[in-house]
Design a protein around this ligand. Structure first.
Ligand SMILES: CC(C)(COP(=O)(O)OP(=O)(O)OC[C@H]1O[C@@H](n2cnc3c(N)ncnc32)[C@H](O)[C@@H]1OP(=O)(O)O)[C@@H](O)C(=O)NCCC(=O)NCCS
Length: 389
């Protein structure tokens, strides 16, 4: 009667067309709107990359300047949301706070239309507000006054400023800007798929983005970078790496920050982040780059011995130490992923809602294979409660 479920985890199942990004997992390439990520991190900024993701191509001067103006104008949180943030228990997980805040933002959007221009404006609004919410929450939970954004700082520098109250060092700000570019988009990963799936029901952008934040919070997805830093802090010194990794693998546990569902070679983002982590370690004198590199090497060696296969670092391995050396609290690692990825999510939501060419997206409705109780075509006999064991 039952057939085995195929396609568990939807690996390699094509569910929609997208013009937003492409991943070549065999050759380790990531392309946003046709542009290689390795080129973008050298030449672009997060603002320009986000604007490009929401449009079809690199923006003209006018389009980018309008986008920047909208970003700056939207750098506030409604008073009502700030009040809620002040009332939430200070021990709340920042991802839960961010997810609920996005749902609250829906209540402050009085626009009835759900057309493309309205969604574009909503996207810019969310890209602008998510970092502000994260920074405000961190200050509120630490009993500090929130800080007003600075019109003179770019998106990345402004976040660091609102978090710490200090104008960031230019090199630190550029490193953080590159991190934001690297995390902005990654095709049909779990959180983006969640956003598209919710959008396919014609729910609004806030519902889709808050679903995406929920999906990102899990440790097999965006939550991995938090787990990586916990691991590094637990390991503490380079000489302890080997025994720590061997023990963990012997217990059949995963090493966070290693392996990827799509890349079967080096994740290009990890390559850039490795260099950023190295630069920061050199600048700050902190040991985290060397410890992380050893985690990478030992895991690769051990996995080769155990499974006979290669394993490579993913985006989370070196982003953890990079953020740590930028003095960002460890539990903000995943919210930071979200403040960047919101550009990709919203681009996908717009594509899902307004795709012009066939095949147009439709309501997602995969099929499950039923493997539960079966008593024949008329079903099982219903026993009244008093007759059940
Ligand atoms: C991302 C992830 C879920 C992809 O898993 P996947 O699609 O099953 O990956 P693969 O098919 O290449 O895995 C091959 C084998 O290596 C194992 N493996 C993969 N990543 C591993 C890791 N980080 N540590 C230990 N073993 C790992 C798998 O369990 C699998 O073992 P099996 O053949 O005995 O079942 C997985 O690599 C993982 O859990 N990584 C750690 C979490 C993480 O960093 N997530 C962020 C991703 S960006």
């Amino acid at each position: 009667m039952f057939v085995e479920t195929k396609n568990i985890g939807l690996r390699n199942i094509e569910v929609a067309d997208t013009k937003i990004s492409a991943i070549d997992g065999i050759n380790g390439k990531l392309i946003y709107r046709g542009y290689d990520i390795l080129d973008l991190v050298k030449k672009s900024s997060y603002e320009e990359t986000a604007c490009m993701l929401l449009n079809d191509d690199l923006p003209s001067k006018t389009v980018l300047s309008e986008f920047n103006d909208k970003l700056i104008d939207a750098r506030t949180v409604p008073d009502g949301l700030e009040k809620i943030l002040k009332d939430i228990p200070k021990t709340a997980n920042p991802m839960d706070v961010l997810q609920s805040s996005v749902a609250v933002l829906a209540a402050y959007d009085n626009e009835k239309l759900d057309d493309r221009p309205t969604n574009y404006n909503r996207a810019v609004n969310l890209i602008s507000k998510l970092p502000i919410i994260v920074a405000c929450w961190d200050r509120i939970r630490n009993g500090k006054e929130t800080i007003l954004p600075s019109k003179d700082l770019g998106h990345a520098a402004n976040f660091l400023y609102m978090l710490t109250g200090n104008i960031p060092d230019a090199e630190f700000a550029r490193i953080f800007d590159i991190c934001l570019i690297l995390h902005a988009e990654h095709s049909f990963n779990a959180s983006t798929f969640a956003a598209r799936e919710v959008s396919s029901t014609r729910a609004h952008m806030y519902a889709a983005v808050s679903a995406a934040i929920g999906a990102l919070s899990g440790e097999l997805h965006g939550g991995a970078n938090f787990q990586v830093m916990k691991m590094l802090l637990d390991i503490k010194t380079e000489d302890k790496v080997e025994s720590w990794i061997k023990e963990r693998l012997a217990e059949d546990k995963k090493i966070m920050g290693m392996g990827h569902a799509v890349y079967k070679t080096f994740d290009p983002r990890a390559e850039v982040l490795r260099e950023l982590s190295r630069r920061l370690s050199e600048k700050t004198g902190e040991p985290w780059y060397k410890i992380t590199k050893k985690v990478e090497d030992v895991t690769a060696e051990e996995m080769k011995k155990i499974k006979g296969s290669d394993i490579f670092p993913n985006v989370d391995l070196y982003s953890a130490s990079t953020y740590y050396m930028l003095k960002i609290p460890t539990d903000l690692n995943t919210p930071i992923f979200a403040i960047s990825r919101v550009a990709g999510w919203t681009a996908h939501i717009i594509e899902e809602k307004f795709a012009e060419a066939a095949p147009k997206p439709m309501l997602y409705r995969p099929k499950a294979v039923y493997v539960g109780k079966y008593c024949g075509p008329s079903g099982c006999e219903y026993l009244p409660l008093e007759k059940r064991q």
